[in-house]
Ligand binder design. Structure first.
Ligand SMILES: [Zn+2]
Length: 258
């Protein structure tokens, strides 16, 4: 759990309602832990899209940035081992950037997402900004200078205060109970990916957390499925968060690039 003093506002009140995940990353191989970290950040990113949609939140700037900051701040708030999770998520994006460059694919400056390298470094920026002591090594690793670190602190605090203000009307009262979001792990042509996802308990943990934390007009369902592509998304029409088994498979391939 992050230090209370470093994250002043409401988001830190949430995890008190919720027990941290049971899946201990120290029982996993390094590659499995890396993949699990990334699944957590990706699913929470999609939850970010779901809260924006379901609570009709204003989005000033790129929604993809907002979903990333939601995911990062939620990880900081609800996971004891947030340092490992966020640095794995950042590293995956930096590796994807390197692969894009190495493959000669033109960088997509007009994309709805920032470039992978920016997304990865933004995760580190928010984490260093909110918890400089625990992310001291990450600041060095990314060659973040003191001015940049100060700017990240301001930006991260603005982000968390903004999310708090927007989410406050939609939080459940402490002690209020709610059903977890429904979870479906469909059968897969990549059965080992399904087994891995089931064993980590990530989907069930996040489903419990979001069910208990927010007053949803319609609680989003968490679905893992074969999609024919390595992707994840929030479906506005069906109110489903879809995590593709192909994406998990791709994350294992990324783990080998480390
Ligand atoms: Zn997104």
């Amino acid at each position: 759990m992050p230090e209370r003093k470093t994250v002043p506002a409401l988001m830190l009140a949430l995890p008190l309602l919720w027990s941290p995940p049971a899946a201990a990353q120290d029982e996993m191989s390094e590659a499995e832990a890396f993949v699990a970290s990334n699944i957590i950040h990706i699913v929470l990113h999609e939850i970010g899209h779901a809260v924006i949609d379901q609570f009709a939140l204003p989005v000033i700037g790129q929604e993809e940035d907002a979903a990333d900051s939601f995911a990062t701040l939620e990880v900081l708030t609800i996971y004891d081992d947030h340092v490992d999770i966020l640095l794995d998520a950042a590293e995956a994006m930096l590796i994807m950037h390197d692969l894009t460059e190495a493959g000669g694919t033109p960088l997509d400056y007009f994309g709805v997402h920032d470039l992978d390298i920016q997304r990865g470094l933004r995760i580190v920026c928010h984490a260093v900004g909110l918890d400089p002591e625990r992310y001291d090594e990450a600041a060095r690793w990314t060659e973040m200078d003191p001015d940049q670190q100060a700017a990240c602190e301001i930006e991260a605090e603005t982000a968390i205060e903004s999310w708090d203000a927007l989410l406050e009307p939609y939080l459940r009262e402490e002690g209020g109970s709610a059903a977890p979001a429904p979870v479906t792990l469909e059968d897969s042509a990549l059965p080992e990916m399904r087994t891995f996802l089931a064993d980590t308990g990530i989907m069930t943990d996040i489903a419990g957390y979001v069910g208990e934390t927010f007053r949803w007009p319609q609680v989003p369902a968490l679905v893992a499925a074969d999609c024919g592509e390595a992707n994840a998304w929030y479906d506005l029409d069906t109110v489903e968060i879809v995590m593709c088994y192909e994406f998990i498979d791709e994350l294992f391939a990324l783990a080998e690039q480390r």
